[in-house]
Each structure stands twice: as C-alpha cells, then as structure tokens.
Design a protein around this ligand. Structure first.
Ligand code: UGA
Ligand code: MN
Length: 256
C-alpha cells in the first residue's frame, strides 16, 4: 500500500537540515507520498527546491497554513505550552479526504520533521490491515528510553508502559501509530483540536478511529524500536546576530 506521511513544518535555522534528512529517507522508501504542510502564509522556495532536489515532485504535495496567532509558539516559549501542528495536520486530512481514493488501501502516518525514522518502520507500516490502526514502540520519549504497548500472550494490547500522563486514553506519541486510510472516510469528523489538554492530540484523533482492543501490534510484537523522538537543540546564532547589527550576514545569497 501507499503510505501518506503528513509533516507539519515551520521556518527556523535548522529546518532545511531536518527536511533534508526526511527527504533522503523518502528516496529509500518508494511507496511513500509526502504531504508537507508549511506553518506559513505561503509555500516557500526552500521546501519546493528541496522536494525537487530529492526527486520527489511526483511523490509529494506542498501545502501551507499559518497557525492562528493565538496558538502560535513564540520563540522564547517552552515548546510544550501550546499544541503544535494542529491546523497543518487538519489541512492535510482535508486534502486526503478530497484527493485520495476511499477504495484503495493506503496508510496515513503523522511524521514530525525532527524525529529519527528507520527505513524498516515503513515496511512494518505497510502491514497495517484495512480498517485498523497499527502501533509500535517509540524511543526517547515521555521521559523513558522507550514508550511501548504492553501485550499479552496473544499479542493483544493490555496496556502501555507510559510514565507521563498514563491515564490518557491512548498514552503514546504521534510517531507510535499508522492509520488505514479508510477510517478517515468512515469517520469524517476525525480531526485534531486545540480544545484538548496538553499531550492529548494523539488520544484526540485516535478516539474517533479505533479502540484499544482493535489496535494492530507491529515491530516484532512491539519489541523493536524503529523511530526515535529526537529533538534538535535550538541553534545558537549569537555571532550571526552580531553581524546583523552591522548589516552583514554569513549567508548572504546562500540558502542554509
Ligand atoms: C510532540 C509530538 O511528537 C507531536 O507530534 C505533537 O504535535 C506535539 O508533541 C504536541 O503535543 O503538540 P514535539 O517534539 O514536542 O512533539 O513537537 P515539535 O516537534 O516541536 O512539533 C511537532 C510538529 O509540528 C513538527 O513537525 C514541527 O515542525 C511542527 N511545528 C512546530 C509547526 O508546524 N509549527 C510550530 O510553530 C511548531
Ligand atoms: Mn519533535
């Protein structure tokens, strides 16, 4: 099946580095279609050129929607005070509902731009059956080395090992699941929302689509870690700022 990967992304110094890592992963995974949604009033040349350079023009869709001012993180805010990627993911879901075929089996994956993904994850995702949500462990998240579903002898989910807000209906990260596309047509009301508590975005979308006992366990019975919730350190640009005070810059005419 085709895998639709939905990536919200926003301009910051490390954006091109993050997206280059993802675009090169896509070069290794032919059945991926990348829906990249810029948190911006316009689509940018930076993203467009990156897609062209990776040869992904025919396997990608470039969209944009700027986060409403009220919900936009300011550069000094700690990143957890507001949800991220809500409007971008909803725009991508609207695009999918009007452009993808409800009858052709495909998988939807919410793929943040800063995580680290193994090529093997996508082979696992391709095993998701029609009508199901597939799940697997995620490394380096929620204050643990690994957050994972706990299975019984029949490989059914009996719980989760999450330490952070374990009372969530689905205590897992956005990178921990993939969704059979037919569910988005069956449940047209399934979207992300700002009106949920911190850390509840995953539970919010999943509550429309599945139940705990319907989850399809993947990645060697949820024992293999194929994705890591890495975070890139904020780029220090003190010398660049000093240059700018003299009306100079190191990247004049250069896209970094
Ligand atoms: C965690 C989860 O991994 C996210 O999927 C979830 O959206 C987020 O928590 C949340 O609770 O809202 P985290 O690493 O803390 O993610 O978030 P970021 O990686 O900073 O952002 C998630 C995605 O949104 C990224 O693809 C990022 O590029 C994008 N984003 C972030 C925007 O489009 N605009 C922003 O202003 C910030
Ligand atoms: Mn992240």
């Amino acid at each position: 099946p085709k895998i639709f990967a939905i990536t919200p992304t926003y301009a910051r110094p490390a954006q091109k580095a993050e997206l280059t890592r993802l675009s090169h992963l896509f070069m290794l995974v032919p059945n991926l279609h990348w829906i990249i949604v810029e948190d911006s009033n316009v689509t940018t040349k930076l993203v467009q050129n990156l897609l062209i350079r990776a040869g992904l023009q025919n396997r990608s869709t470039q969209l944009n929607i700027k986060t409403t001012a009220e919900f936009k993180l300011q550069s000094k805010d700690p990143n957890w005070i507001k949800p991220r990627g809500v409007e971008q993911r909803n725009l991508a879901l609207a695009w999918l509902r009007s452009h993808a075929s409800p009858d052709r089996h495909a998988i939807v994956f919410f793929m943040d731009d800063d995580n680290s993904y193994s090529v093997e994850l996508f082979a696992e995702m391709a095993k998701i059956q029609p009508g199901r949500v597939g799940i697997w462990p995620v490394g380096l998240v929620g204050g643990l080395m690994v957050e994972r579903p706990l299975l019984n002898g029949d490989n059914k989910v009996v719980g989760f090992n999450a330490a952070w807000r374990p009372e969530r209906p689905f205590p897992l990260d956005m990178a921990a699941f993939g969704i059979s596309i037919d569910l988005f047509f069956k449940y047209p009301q399934a979207i992300f929302s700002y009106k949920v508590q911190r850390g509840y975005q995953e539970s919010e979308i999943l509550r429309y689509l599945t139940t705990r006992d319907q989850l399809q366990t993947l990645a060697n019975n949820c024992r293999d870690v194929l994705v890591w919730h890495t975070r890139t350190e904020k780029t220090k640009l003190n010398s660049e700022e000093a240059l700018q005070r003299q009306n100079k810059r190191s990247d004049e005419g250069i896209e970094v």
